[in-house]
Design a protein around this ligand. Sequence first.
Ligand code: FAD
Length: 307
Amino acid sequence: MLGPVLLAASRSAAIRRIVSAAPVTRPMVDRFVAGERLDESLVAVRSLASRGLEVTLDHLGEDVTDRSEALRSRDAYLALAEALATEELGTRAEMSVKLSAFGQALPGGHDVALANVTPVVEAAAEAGTTVTLDMEDHTTVDSTLAILGELRSRFPQTGAVVQSYLFRTEDDCRALAGEGSRVRLVKGAYKEPASVAYQDKREVDRAYVRCLKILMAGDGYPMIGSHDPRMVAIAQELARRVGRKLDEYEFQMLYGIREGEQERLVAEGHRMRVYVPYGTDWYGYFMRRLAERPANVAFFLRSLVSR
Ligand code: FAD
């Protein structure tokens, strides 16, 4: 019950002010966010890399409301690409972007986002790395997949994300399972209506497995974005059945979540990529993480009232 309330709160300016100002929020945020500055995120990247983990970096930000903010997102990612090139981290670290941070929701937003994200994808290629387009709420999926198509015509390594809770996603997986594609499969983190998405967790899990089967049997590179031990085990079994080698797919988990499991998969020889968010605009990301796990919310609320 709490999950949908938190997801609604993740888009409320009033609740954002209260949560952001509460002193107990900061330590909770630090668990999920690698720092506010680029140099702090690079410290986290080096630490993860030293333990054999790969990384995808997310400069936090979403739902920008004007063009200058969208340009600031672009510039933050250009600085990130430059840092990855300078530090020679391009083989370990890629970048994840949210197109709503690049202006996708502005008037003419599709073209604005494409124009702003293109130099980032170019800079990533120069740094020896690539970009994955995060997937946001269902109203953005067509635009995001169309932008992916444009980018892939010049940069075939550009990655996509698909969300198993959406009814459409099995078809999207079939369309994206071709040679050279990189597809991160997740369950989905937004509050979606029953007209477009499964509401029952078991249905979402079943759809996740169906999508996984399509991606594993296809010719692309599946990226399994889940902390769910069942999904991890099923992915391993499917990979074995279709004869995929360990470097023909990868697991992905979020920074600060199930770190023991991340290291266990590396020790087993798997490629494991950690999604590392950094920046000051952590509110929406943080609230989605709380919404995913009642234990996190209970801990957070207890800290609020015990002060
Ligand atoms: P769940 O069924 O939610 O959880 C399974 C188990 O994982 C839980 O029992 C618990 O042990 C653990 N766990 C899960 N979440 C937490 C948490 N917050 N804190 C502590 N433990 C937890 N969603 C999008 O909509 N778009 C994206 O672009 C996107 N990118 C992602 C990238 C990566 C690398 C990952 C891992 C997730 C991404 N997500 C994205 C989020 C995703 O959609 C889910 O909301 C999230 O991963 C939780 O689902 P789950 O598969 O981990 O399984």
